[in-house]
Design a binder for this molecule. Structure first.
Ligand SMILES: Cc1cc2nc3c(=O)[nH]c(=O)nc-3n(C[C@H](O)[C@H](O)[C@H](O)COP(=O)(O)O)c2cc1C
Length: 191
């Protein structure tokens, strides 16, 4: 089939949705973020790409923030966190908030998995900034875990696609990582 060049948008499909929590002065604030990723295993380090939003200023000021994974039940709340600014509204009233070891990393009790992060590096990009933070604590509840780790079927996270701007739930498991590819290993040429 002939390939067509469709431009240079960063098409990553899908992107897991998270809510980033920070402190605007004394007030907890939350924003929707689709550009989040784990970037280092040990120590646990995560990154979030954030534009010129109130949250960016808060993280720079305090050096702390949280990454909260909402379930599909929190879709509307998550969406609203991405449409209004903490500069104009107190968005924290929609959630029960708790803290772990970091004083300026407010976490959302309704989210099945939440992580408190300490900022370790900021990479300035042409439009957005990449906030890189070490995960200092991960909080969940027994009902969302299997064998001590978050279970995707119990957490029920959701994803985002752009530019169609739609949310997607997660489908059934289709394979085993670090395992299923071995079936094809015989096709490789040894070097
Ligand atoms: C689905 C969705 C995903 C978003 N993802 C990001 C993102 O990854 N980075 C970003 O800077 N803004 C993102 N936004 C926009 C911010 O969440 C939005 O501007 C928010 O109001 C900022 O809040 P604040 O001003 O209280 O910091 C997203 C918005 C939506 C609706």
């Amino acid at each position: 089939m002939e390939k067509v060049n469709i431009g240079n948008n960063p098409f990553l499909l899908p992107m897991p949705m998270v809510i980033v929590g920070s402190c605007m002065g004394e007030r907890p604030n939350f924003m929707a973020v689709g550009w989040a990723s784990r970037v280092n295993a040990k120590p646990a380090i995560m990154s979030v790409a954030i534009g010129l939003h109130a949250t960016a200023g808060s993280i720079l000021e305090t050096g702390e923030y949280s990454i909260n994974i909402p379930s599909v039940d929190l879709l509307r709340q998550t969406d609203l966190m991405g449409m209004v600014s903490g500069t104009d509204f107190d968005k924290s009233v929609l959630f029960d908030i708790f803290y772990g070891s970091l004083e300026k990393a407010p976490m959302i009790r309704q989210c099945p998995v939440t992580m408190e992060c300490k900022l370790i590096q900021v990479v300035e990009l042409p439009k957005d900034s990449l906030f890189i933070g070490e995960v200092k604590g991960v909080w969940s509840e027994e009902r969302f875990l299997t064998g001590g780790s978050p279970d995707i079927e119990k957490v029920r996270p959701f994803c985002l696609t752009m530019p169609d701007n739609r949310y997607w739930s997660i489908g059934p498991a289709i394979g085993r990582a670090w395992h299923d590819g071995l079936e094809l290993k015989g096709l490789l040429t040894a070097r």
